[in-house]
Design a protein around this ligand. Structure first.
Ligand code: UDP
Length: 346
């Protein structure tokens, strides 16, 4: 689907981590990103490249108004809740934001005849492996989400697929593996509250601003005993959304595509890369496994190349960690306390 230069693309959740990087990539392609965000976890400071509309994804009136006001031609949908642990405690909230919110968005798009959607899905739809397989995961792999978060992403995919068939929308769901890194400009980066992700926590530990890192288990069936994950540079993730926005699909077509590198890195390898970047060791101890952590989550990315012509350009561990380091030493937003600690400690 060709989207002409200057067209407006709504980015729900565009003030969040991957959403903001995607807004920048959309603008760099000559399109106008319209960021729609409730700012419940996103940051206004992350919005630089187009108009901002303050609204909740579950609010039909606000969505309709934003789509109409900005004459939106396509939507990239990130808005939703993402903390896996919280989803176990509050599954109701996750279904409300991630599934009901998607229903509201789809209805508003239908009313406004917006016919292309790119959906932010997750490798969490595949879930836990019982056998500890280290094999890359193709899209057709068995789906057994280990958390309510993963279940809501899968449910939203099914909802979108059914609505594509019923109403002629065309959509691509991108199943991200581990998003990491930051824009090399230093303008935007990763800022979650609370932060639970390995790379920011490793920097926090190395830079003296946080507690020593706990490695969640060293008794997995992997070469060094720690979990394997497929880390993808957030800029590469952003470019996958652009490819998905313009890929030719039949009317009513729906595709789900893995976005990963096909290479698994262990927790200890990440710790070594962070130590190399900072020039000092990351203090860590080995702890218990974290509930729900599969041994290995590594993408089979062949479909992304075949369908979208997408392949990662910046997703080596050292480039990811190098860009993350630039952000972590002077984040523009997020935890100011951590920022000032880091600034004084480097
Ligand atoms: N991890 C860890 N200690 C931490 C945070 C994460 O050992 O404090 C491990 C986690 O078990 C997983 C990997 O690092 O194997 C990546 O975890 P993260 O939370 O960054 O992403 P996830 O894979 O859960 O999406």
């Amino acid at each position: 689907m060709a989207i002409s230069a200057g067209s407006r693309v709504m980015i729900t959740g565009g003030a969040g981590y991957i959403g903001a990087h995607t807004a920048k990539a959309v603008a760099e392609m000559g399109l106008v990103p319209v960021v729609y965000d409730s700012l419940s976890s996103g940051y206004r400071e992350a919005v630089h490249w187009g108009p901002f509309f303050h609204g909740d994804i579950r609010d039909p009136l606000a969505l309709r108004e934003a789509l109409t006001l900005h004459d939106v031609k396509a939507v990239i949908h990130f808005a939703g809740l993402i903390e896996v642990g919280r989803s176990v405690a509050r599954p109701d909230l996750f279904w409300d934001h991630n599934v009901s919110g998607t229903t509201v968005l789809l209805t508003a798009m239908r009313e406004r005849s917006v016919e292309r959607l790119v959906f932010s899905s997750s490798a969490a739809v595949y879930g836990q492996d019982d056998v500890g397989s280290l094999a890359p995961i193709p899209e057709a792999a068995f789906k057994a989400p280990a958390s309510p978060y993963g279940a809501t992403k899968l449910a939203a995919e099914w909802l979108i697929e059914a609505q594509c068939r019923a109403y002629g929308l065309s959509a691509v769901a991108l199943r991200y593996f581990n998003a990491a890194g930051a824009d090399p400009s230093g303008l935007i980066g990763e800022a979650h509250d609370p932060e639970t992700h390995l790379i920011p926590l490793a920097f926090n530990a190395a830079l003296g601003g946080g507690r020593p890192l706990t490695v969640f288990g060293q008794d997995f069936g992997t070469p060094d005993g720690t979990c394997l994950r497929d880390y993808v540079h957030v800029q590469d993730l952003a470019s996958a959304h652009l490819a998905a926005l313009s890929v030719e699909l039949p009317r009513g077509g729906f595709e789900a595509v893995n976005i990963g590198t096909g290479v698994g890195r262990s927790v200890l390898e990440v710790i070594e890369a962070v130590s190399r970047a900072v020039g000092r060791p990351v203090p860590y101890s080995i702890g218990d496994r974290r509930a729900g952590d599969p041994t290995s989550l590594v993408a089979d990315p062949s479909r992304a190349l075949a369908l979208l012509g997408w392949s990662p350009k910046r997703s080596t561990l050292d480039l990811i960690v190098g860009d993350a380091f630039q952000w972590e030493r002077s984040p523009r937003y997020g935890s100011g306390q951590r920022a000032s600690r880091i600034k004084t400690s480097v």
